[in-house]
Ligand binder design. Structure first.
Ligand SMILES: [Fe+2]
Length: 216
């Protein structure tokens, strides 16, 4: 069992939960308050929610005991971008350390900027997933918005694949990072795209990709 995982112990005949390291485990509410404290931009908030949704989905597939942790880390991964874009993935360490977040969670946030703004290589499955799907959510969003429905609910993997090949489309999406992430994960790109779409469908309304009611 990992250090930060909750250990069950017996005390006075009752099962009680306590952290082995007495480490503070951040809640989703705390993460949301921090996010709103440092971010006003609606599109960045929607991006944070999209990445959270996808991380929760992947955790459900591969780490079902850690869905909350994966989701919260996804939610805050770009926490410092709006106000500290020059020190993105660096400033966030100071912010999260001041908030008492676990070192492993902070490292996971940092590592999504591997070779872009920090030298922290994604090592865990959580870190590799975050690194891979961060940019991909941007391509999925841009592709969904092109559809008549403007929705992720009826978006298919093949549509995203088609747009992947058009380098001028959503040119800001770094395809190389996504490919490097897929290599780290050892998973086919199509599978990652499919699961990313499914994760974004779970939060479609929150990220503005549920489509227009009159078109559905
Ligand atoms: Fe991001």
């Amino acid at each position: 069992m990992d250090d930060e995982k909750t250990a069950a112990c017996k005390m006075d005949g009752e099962i009680m939960n306590e952290s082995k390291t007495n480490e503070h485990i951040p809640t989703r509410d705390e993460a949301w308050i921090l996010l709103r404290q440092y971010n006003d931009n609606d599109s960045l908030i929607r991006h944070a929610l999209a990445v959270e949704g996808v991380m929760r989905h992947f955790a459900g597939l591969h780490a079902p005991d850690d869905v909350e942790q994966w989701g919260i880390i996804g939610l805050v991964h770009d926490l410092d971008y709006e106000r500290f874009s020059d020190s993105h993935c660096v400033k966030v360490r100071e912010i999260l350390e001041n908030a008492g977040w676990p070192q492993k969670w902070i490292r996971a946030v940092e590592s999504h900027g591997w070779e872009l703004c920090v030298p922290v290589k994604p090592e865990t499955l959580l870190e590799k997933t975050l690194y891979t799907i961060d940019e991909l959510t941007g391509l999925v969003t841009a592709t969904a918005l092109l559809r008549p429905s403007r929705s992720v609910l009826d978006l298919e993997t093949k549509s995203v694949r088609k747009k992947w090949k058009q380098s001028g489309f959503a040119a800001g999406v770094n395809r190389t990072v996504i490919e490097k992430g897929a290599d780290l994960l050892g998973a086919p790109l199509d599978e990652i795209i499919t699961e990313t779409i499914l994760g974004m469908r779970n939060v479609a309304e929150a990220i503005g990709l549920q489509g227009s009611p009159e078109l559905n």
